[in-house]
Design a protein around this ligand. Sequence first.
Ligand SMILES: Cc1cc2nc3c(=O)[nH]c(=O)nc-3n(C[C@H](O)[C@H](O)[C@H](O)COP(=O)(O)OP(=O)(O)OC[C@H]3O[C@@H](n4cnc5c(N)ncnc54)[C@H](O)[C@@H]3O)c2cc1C
Length: 375
Amino acid sequence: METDNTMVYPIAIVGGGLAGLCAAIHLQKAGKQVILFEKKHYPFHRVCGEYVSNETKSYLTKIGLNLENLDIQKISKFQFTAPSGKSLDYPLDLGGFGLSRYTLDNELYKIALNCGVHCKTGTEVEDIIYQENQFKIRLSHSNQIIYAKYVLGAFGKRAKLDQYLQRPFLQARSPYVGVKYHIRYQYPKDLISLHNFENGYCGISAIEDEKFCLCYLTSRENLRKYKNVSEMERNILWKNPHLKKIFLEAEFLYDKPEVINEISFSPKKQIENHIIMIGDTAGLITPLCGNGMAMAIHSAKLISEIILENFDNREAVEAQYQKAWKNYFGFRLWAGRQIQSLFGHPILTELVRYFFKICRPALGIFIQSTHGNEF
Ligand SMILES: Cc1cc2nc3c(=O)[nH]c(=O)nc-3n(C[C@H](O)[C@H](O)[C@H](O)COP(=O)(O)OP(=O)(O)OC[C@H]3O[C@@H](n4cnc5c(N)ncnc54)[C@H](O)[C@@H]3O)c2cc1C
């Protein structure tokens, strides 16, 4: 059924980050017509540390991403520094690769277009209403109505739609701010460092084109105290000598950093009013674990397989996804929240570093508990 202002799709996906794009490609390639809404236009930068766990490699290849053709950086070593600058090095079992979201998301977008996904970029979904076993989707600044049998919510950490859907996690405090730069710097390309400072931590790792991603998470309180990002960096981040050196010596490639605030790590529901949430919309792992992207991509794979197997049975789709999500990600998210609570206080972070230094297997267990296997 299609009229001038009305369209009907088997699957609509709201949000074109990694979760939305991967699910769109998977479902479209399996024969289901997908419409995907993304409020921005590709390519664009996002706040993200841009270290992608190797868990994702075989699935990304399967859906058509040729990683060999992209200038990805292989990362196999981990360095942790306390605010004092004392460090601890550790080899990464599975490891990962560095690639900017600017490139990664844009490459996936091109695959989505090529395989026939109807990509509506620059299009913001305003509301989603479930009635009579289908969804009615309204867009901002348009009188077009889209109907879909399934809607996947892939709109990220926090969006206007969360308020519209009155999602309970919004009631919990979300005092975190994320800041990202691309820089040029002399630094080992196979290393991801996590430099800690008071009330935050900063990751640095290589991406394409001889660049590095420098991305940190801190508290809103830190920013409030120093009024602006650069003052906060000088007064807080620079106390860690590794960060001071980077800030003084690196070439910063943006006029101003990418910044996001109100980041919440509170538990979320995976299904709200029959909308099936994937990626950060279903739950965001603390960035110090370094694998939110892998979880977003994995959740896209899980829901795609479940929908394809049970397309005519909404109840089964919802129940199976809920179960699979808890099974794969429930513990990781919980572990990430517990571990994050150990960081931020300089003395506690120093003790954590010392503990991991004398008890190295514990660091291996920590890394494993927040990562999954290849999927
Ligand atoms: C500081 C920080 C550092 C991080 N570092 C890493 C790291 O190094 N490695 C890692 O694996 N993970 C990292 N993460 C986590 C990672 O960035 C996320 O888990 C990942 O981006 C989730 O992808 P997504 O597709 O769920 O959401 P997103 O990538 O956020 O995509 C959501 C999309 O939805 C769109 N959208 C929102 N509302 C609407 C609407 N109403 N209509 C249409 N479109 C809409 C947005 O424009 C956006 O493009 C980090 C996170 C933070 C905060």
